[in-house]
Design a protein around this ligand. Sequence first.
Ligand SMILES: Cc1cc2nc3c(=O)[nH]c(=O)nc-3n(C[C@H](O)[C@H](O)[C@H](O)COP(=O)(O)OP(=O)(O)OC[C@H]3O[C@@H](n4cnc5c(N)ncnc54)[C@H](O)[C@@H]3O)c2cc1C
Length: 573
Amino acid sequence: MANFFNDNPDLVFQFENLHIEEIVAIAEQDYQEADKYNYAPKNYSDALENYRKILEIVGDIAANFIAPRAAQVDQDGNSVSAGKVVYAKGLLENLKHLAAAELMGVEFPREFGGLNFPKTIYMQMVEMVSRADASLMNIFGLQDIGMTISKFGNDDQKQEYLPKFVAGEYTGAMALTEPDAGSDLQAVKLHAYQNEQGNWFLRGVKRFITNGGGEVLLVLARSEAGSKDGRGLSLFACHGDDTVVVRRLENKLGIHGSPTCELQFNDTPATLIGKRRFGLIKYVMDLMNSARLGVSGQALGISQAAYSEAVKYARERAQFGQPIINIPAVTNMLIDMRVTLETNRSLFYSTSQWVDLRNKLETQVERLKAAGKSWSEQNERFKQASRICDLLTPITKYILSESANKISYDALQIHGGAGYMKDFTIERLARDARITNIYEGTSQMQIVAASGGVLGDILSDYLDQHAKKAYKGSLTKLAGYLREIREIFLDCLNYVTDKNDHTFHEVAAKDLVDLYSYLYTGYLVLDEAEINNRKIFIANRYITNALAGARRNAESIKTEQYSDLLHADEILN
Ligand SMILES: Cc1cc2nc3c(=O)[nH]c(=O)nc-3n(C[C@H](O)[C@H](O)[C@H](O)COP(=O)(O)OP(=O)(O)OC[C@H]3O[C@@H](n4cnc5c(N)ncnc54)[C@H](O)[C@@H]3O)c2cc1C
């Protein structure tokens, strides 16, 4: 029987090569959780065994329950009745099934009924669910709403929302975007006000809200009258009660199973999450970074599905007297897709582990403070991990979402005319992929977010250590290529910073981020090639292409095409 975990050797490879021992130990409070909960792991190998069992269950559900419903969900879509969302039948069945399998509180603490799993394991689930039906991942991935309440909410909020989340009675929504506040969330206007008793209420409109008909909404709102920027915004939790009206569902290109809502808040009772004024700068940034990782997993799942469809079709379809998989141009496209898929997976799970470590170190610092113990050393590690996450999360979202579009585009191309028809799954996958580089911040905004860390060369220690490492056999040549890319990067970095021109920095940012991503991913796959022979092929193609790409990036930076911006009016007229 199909299983999206066991039938994917590369996903299993990533699972078997995780470095999460410290992460799990902190999450399990050095395995003292096992004294309280008889299903908590007793040691690291017990934890890994448990994760594998659950991943196999998700692999089974994804392949045999969710995937067979995906086409119908896409066709049916959702609807609105009396201001409320009515889910497609297949979507409802999927959600019930996931809740019955106790998968709706994967990272949640055990005291609220959650599994207390690391984020990295949750991301492996997200990849598999997305491979089966990308639109379902949006609601499955909105467990992040519960995690934000768990992290920043007060005890009442946690008790009110979290157990029902885990039970599958509540789903969440993240209500940030407004007609005049998209990429620029500092422009949010939705009004939050207090009555004489100090209770909060929300009034205004949000648009493009995924699962806006959900039972728990986290809403970014302007709580400080007269303020204009992000410091006047706070985050609120509210119920999706009758004061929250779904005015319309968007009629969109893809992810039809995911209801995208325009919402009207009519004096909706709400409670403040954390502190006033910290809504955007602290809580939403945290939530969005988590959601960006989730969308990266969604993009990876779509890429896997598209690649699998392309290989299957290329084996079955014959032209010129042979299966098209044997035609070199087609074979080469498939190899390119596979290499991108696997290197993206390496990048994704590496970033997930950094995010996991950052989150767990943060928890540990809080615990040490509460116990009156010394916490400065762990705090330094937390700050360093945060800087790395702030770089790797947007890079991963940018690379994986752009790749999902390219892979699904190429997979459709391999289907020829058939790919353009609704009879073939690839048509849906190509539509679903298109959103991944738009929401949770467009690719352009991911580049903006990553560029500070790239300009600061914050991975320099890591890259320098790898540059000194001795690799064997054919890997020596590839290590040499990576050293060459590093030189190109440093040369371009000096060139850009010497200019001290903001416009030039903005235009060159994409090339610099590309160069940095080749280096980080290149060393990841080189290390993998040391322990797995098949990965030598993957590393060879990735790093060879990266060197060619790096030379193009340098060329693009140094030809100073940005000077065209000075003549934009004449060119665009
Ligand atoms: C299907 C769907 C689901 C969504 N779900 C949610 C949700 O659940 N919750 C939520 O709050 N929002 C949601 N959104 C909103 C989504 O996050 C925004 O659409 C996205 O952030 C872009 O904002 P915008 O559409 O206003 O585009 P704009 O901000 O108007 O951007 C238009 C273009 O300008 C570019 N641009 C803008 N500023 C810059 C800059 N500084 N540098 C470089 N380029 C720039 C952008 O890259 C883009 O190409 C969803 C959107 C869609 C389509």
